[in-house]
Design a protein around this ligand. Structure first.
Ligand code: UDX
Length: 475
């Protein structure tokens, strides 16, 4: 994995009242949580059934691309341990995080098998003193109660009831995971167990008081003070996570819907969202129109909420519509291309950006995936470039057909069109004028509105804006 930082990080002192923490599941959230808590001064052991991952992490190597986290992992190693053995991690832990994946089942409900496996394995190794089991995986409302039941059923007899279950949802974004974890807007703790909440407040004290020395890779933002501590019931905390993600997904779908209308009435979506964002009730963030949302959370969480609703016979028409708008947005990319090229058979199309967003190599539910699939189905030849995600795509997108390009110039050479699918800085800062010269036909479908100037003799389609036709004439 490409390293993101050259300067080594210094590890702050161990906290005097530092806790012993076990983190079960070393995916995105678990790995970040483990590294951050060790950095803040606790002793942490990460548990994963994937031996390969455990070995990599033990060597101080990060299996994913996440800016700064690699350097912090190396710095925090003295207080970090990685294992695949529950027996060596759980009995000593004051706090046990469950951070395993909850991938969607075909019907939209999250698959809770890994949560159940983790809870049962944890239960078998509880030590009979009060231990706090924290659910950080995104799980349907009511799962915390179910986890309590699993612990009860699988704990060794006399240990029963010597644990507290707390829901502590995670709000970090990939690509800015460290920043989001160290400087959150709020920390949500949901439980009916006062001691459980108190122990987690102790665990998070360095964050709540912002008493830690910021790492070089994630300086404390100017003006940031402290996060809010929100304590709720178990179910409310679980609902907060879903409602937050669903609302953000709605915001983006709303911007995309308005963007489509802007194209009809000759308005500009960037000007419109800039204008509405100053209303503090609305705000500017999460209103960027584009190729639609992707990633591991929004699709999964919106369909999980809709499916929870249907279990109770309760319709969620607003969320249904947000999902529909997102699907339409992905098709729009091809529609825009066809508007200019018509038949795509045999055409060479450069796709810039595979990751679902910049600063990550995560390909989950990436709009570029659907786009490449559709392009090849229509007979086009796809040449793909991404500053970071090409190796991940080589592993995970074996079912797709495309050529890899090791530079933007190579991708554009001889192409009939270029699609910008991810807003990497590299594409934003590109000298487009020069880059487009190598193309057979200078057509840019910029689904992330990264182009700031109009290259000469080129046609540029963006989202929610006027089309610029070759010759500099706005359509
Ligand atoms: C999201 C939530 O932000 C985070 O709080 C939660 O914990 C996990 O899910 P993440 O999936 O890492 O985080 O990505 P995020 O930055 O939220 O972007 C999600 C998708 O929305 C991306 O595909 C992105 O391109 C898209 N997006 C985002 C837009 O299209 N427009 C925007 O204005 C913002």
């Amino acid at each position: 994995m490409r390293s993101t930082q050259t300067m080594p990080e210094a590890l702050p002192e161990r906290l005097q009242d530092g806790l012993r923490v076990a983190v079960v599941g070393t995916g995105y959230v678990g790995m970040g949580t483990a590294v951050m808590l060790a950095y803040l001064g606790h002793d942490v052991v990460g548990v994963d059934i994937d031996e390969r991952k455990v070995e990599m992490l033990g060597r101080g190597e990060l299996p994913i691309y996440e800016p700064g986290l690699d350097a912090l992992l190396v710095a925090s190693q003295p207080r970090l341990r990685w294992t695949s053995d529950y027996a060596s991690a759980i009995p000593d832990a004051d706090v046990i995080f469950i951070c395993v994946g909850t991938p969607p089942l075909p019907g939209g409900q999250p698959n809770l098998r890994y949560v159940a496996d983790a809870a049962q394995s944890v239960a078998r190794h509880l030590n009979g003193k009060l231990q706090v089991v924290v659910n950080k995986s995104t799980v349907p409302v009511g799962t915390g109660d179910w986890v309590s039941r699993l612990l009860e059923e699988h704990a060794v007899g006399y240990h029963t009831n010597r644990y507290a279950v707390v829901s502590n949802p995670e709000f970090l974004r990939e690509g800015t995971a460290l920043h989001d974890s160290l400087y959150p807007d709020r920390i949500v703790l949901g439980s009916g167990h006062a001691e459980g909440i108190a122990r987690l407040a102790q665990l998070y004290a360095p964050l709540l008081e912002q008493s830690f020395a910021p790492p070089l890779c994630a300086p404390r933002p100017a003006g940031y003070t402290r996060p809010e501590l929100v304590t709720t019931s178990l179910s409310s905390a679980e609902m907060i996570k879903y409602a937050a993600n669903a609302f953000l997904a709605l915001k983006i779908s709303f911007a995309n819907e308005i963007a489509g209308l802007c194209e009809h009435v000759d308005a500009d979506i960037a000007e419109v969202t800039h204008g509405i964002g100053f209303d503090r009730r609305i705000g500017h963030r999460f209103l960027a129109a584009g190729a639609g949302w992707g990633g591991s959370c929004f699709g999964k969480d919106t369909s999980a909420l809709i499916s929870t609703g249907s279990e109770y016979g309760y319709d969620m028409p607003i969320l249904d519509a947000a999902v529909r708008v997102n699907r339409r947005q992905r098709h729009l990319v091809i529609t825009k291309l066809q508007r200019h090229l018509h038949r795509l058979q045999g055409k060479r199309v450069a796709v810039l950006g595979l990751a679902f967003k910049p600063n990550t190599d995560d390909l989950r539910d990436a709009p570029a995936h659907d786009c490449i699939e559709r392009l090849t189905a229509l007979g086009a030849k796809v040449v793909a470039h991404d500053p970071v995600a090409l190796p991940a795509a080589r592993r995970e997108w074996t079912h797709l057909q495309y050529e890899e390009a090791d530079s933007v110039e190579a991708a554009l050479r001889g192409a009939d069109a270029v699609l910008v699918m991810t807003e990497w800085d590299e594409y934003r800062d590109l000298d487009w004028e020069t880059a487009l010269r190598g193309m057979r036909n200078r057509l840019v479908i910029d689904t992330r509105n990264v182009l700031r100037r109009w290259p000469e003799h080129s046609t540029v389609e963006q989202i929610g804006r006027r089309v610029r036709l070759a010759g500099g004439v706005p359509a």
